[in-house]
Design a protein around this ligand. Structure first.
Ligand SMILES: C[S@@+](CC[C@H](N)C(=O)[O-])C[C@H]1O[C@@H](n2cnc3c(N)ncnc32)[C@H](O)[C@@H]1O
Ligand code: SF4
Length: 494
């Protein structure tokens, strides 16, 4: 495979300029490297982790897999693993299995004090009101050291947040909800097959405020048929509701989704999507929202009350911070903290590890029935992988602290990728300072592109190794094929 060399500013600039003509793709949805390079089998990274090797800081992600079915499937755009919801019993069975998985961590989690808990999915607010005490009870039972004030967020879709559910959730420890609205224009929303109406979003925001629950609303821009006028109307309407946190994602188009296969022609082009990002950023900041990440905007008043938004916030530094994933398709991430991170680039040399639970319910249940951890795939990072993975998280904070990078990894981030940073500066994505690299507003929008450039060389190496592994497996398989006897009834007719 011919390699792209992005070490000079000219080569990196050419790379950026070619990509600027296309729609952006976010290749770091969950983690680096992508799960397509992770492998399965026995001896998962978690089993290899001795008790007591946990980082001093961590967060917990709890997954609920089910979603209402839509036509088109998966809301037309969603790439997350999910399972079709059919009835309430499914949820009870799932909670039984979640409890069984939790038992496998009980000993490890006795002292664990996650900085935040996020109950995501899927659609966790499919649970009926009487099922929240059970779910929250499982969490509190397994984490007896969880401080009472811990931020606990529960995600869901607008039409399934009833006032009764919000009251029960809150009574059992939920402090914040996160609602996927995506579009407030009903006609645009209908393209995804979702049945919600704008009034459901505003009603839930109002109930959350009345109860004193934190509230985030997710919107997506770059949607089929979306215009600047749609975007502006949605944002102004949402800001007028007083919601304190708005997450404004760029539509990631990919996989076998309806939007990728059937609505490409209706998608706004790259220039328009970029302009949408900047208009949104200007509207939100002018409306009193502070930009926390390329996509997160928050009103400062909640922080002043001492309730800072901690979910994922601690992931944006280079400090050792574990993520525990519990449930179907949940991802755990354990950046190693046991030694210096500037050791040679070998797997297992303080690069840490990441793993993902089973992505089908059948496999998730089967593993637990067999008394096994439900891990499906995992990956042991090299120090170079770890540097990239933590650099990508750090970029979410809109700047990279050079001294902190040097203290953690023994090198200067500017010297590690000189061509890319220089080209990014020349194109106005970053400003380079003695203490930090700072993203400009254009650079914040281009984070997925900057990440793609930074990971290019490593992804090429991993792809080569992946292809070589597949070839070897195919050769081994062929070598073990038994010869078919000439008279075999299954032999193809000649
Ligand atoms: C995994 S979903 C779960 C939330 C809930 N089920 C819902 O749909 O509202 C979390 C968020 O991811 C975002 N998301 C999902 N697929 C996306 C895509 N292809 N591009 C951009 N954002 C996406 C949406 O904003 C969604 O609210
Ligand atoms: S967007 Fe939300 S509701 Fe739709 S399929 Fe994805 S997780 Fe489920």
């Amino acid at each position: 495979m011919t390699r792209l060399d992005l070490t000079t500013p000219a080569a990196a600039r050419q790379f950026f300029e070619t990509k600027l003509r296309q729609r952006q793709v976010n290749k770091v949805l969950h983690s680096f490297p992508s799960p397509r390079f992770w492998t399965g089998g026995a001896g998962t990274p978690l089993e290899a982790r001795p008790l007591g090797s946990d980082a001093p800081s961590c967060e917990l992600y709890v997954a609920l897999p089910f979603c209402l079915t839509t036509a088109p499937a998966h809301c037309g755009y969603c790439l997350f693993p999910t399972e079709a919801y059919s009835n309430q019993d499914q949820l009870d069975v799932y909670l039984d299995y979640l409890a069984r998985e939790g038992e496998l961590y009980r000993e490890r989690w006795l002292e664990l004090q996650p900085r935040s808990v996020f109950i995501g999915g899927g659609t966790p607010n499919l649970l009926k009101a009487h099922q929240y005490p059970r779910l929250l009870g499982l969490i509190h039972d397994l984490l007896p050291a969880l401080p009472a004030a811990t931020a606990v967020t529960l995600e869901g879709i607008p039409q399934l947040f009833s006032r009764e559910k919000l009251e029960v959730m809150q009574a059992h420890g939920v402090t914040r909800i996160s609602m996927g609205a995506q579009q407030l224009d009903h006609q645009l929303s209908l393209l995804s097959g979702r049945k919600q109406q704008p009034k459901h979003v505003f009603q839930a925001v109002e109930w959350a405020a009345a109860l004193g629950l934190g509230c985030n609303v997710d919107l997506i821009f770059g949607w089929p048929q979306q215009t600047m006028a749609h975007l502006e109307r949605d944002l102004r309407g949402l800001m007028a509701s007083g919601v304190e946190h708005i997450t404004h994602y760029e539509l990631n188009v990919g996989g076998a989704t309806d939007f990728a296969l059937n609505r490409r022609e209706e998608l706004p082009g790259p220039e328009l999507v970029r302009d949408m990002y900047h208009l949104a950023r200007e509207l939100l900041t002018a409306g009193g929202y502070e930009q926390l990440t390329p996509y997160d905007f928050q009103k400062p008043n909640r922080q002043e009350q001492g309730e800072s938004f901690v979910y994922e916030e601690c992931r944006r530094t280079f400090d050792a911070h574990d993520v525990w994933g519990w449930g179907y398709a949940a991802i755990s991430d354990f950046p190693d903290h046991r030694g210096p991170r500037d050791s040679p680039d070998q797997p297992g040399q303080n690069g840490g590890s990441t793993l993902m639970n089973a992505r089908t319910l059948t496999a998730y249940y089967a593993a637990l029935d067999a008394g096994r951890l439900p891990t499906e795939v995992g990956y042991t990072r090299t120090p170079a992988d770890l540097r990239l993975s933590l650099l990508f998280r750090n970029l979410q904070s809109l700047s990279v602290d050079r001294a902190s990078y040097r203290a953690n990894f023994g090198q200067d981030v500017l010297e590690e990728f000189p061509g890319i940073w220089q080209a990014a500066a020349d194109l106005g994505f970053v400003t380079l300072h003695d203490d930090a690299l700072r993203l400009t507003p254009e650079g914040a929008y281009r984070v997925p592109l900057i990440q793609t450039a930074l990971m290019q060389a490593r992804v090429e190496e991993l792809t080569d190794a992946h292809v070589a592994g597949l070839k070897q497996a195919r050769q081994q398989q062929a070598a073990f094929q038994p010869l078919q006897p000439a008279s075999s009834p299954s032999a193809a007719p000649s």
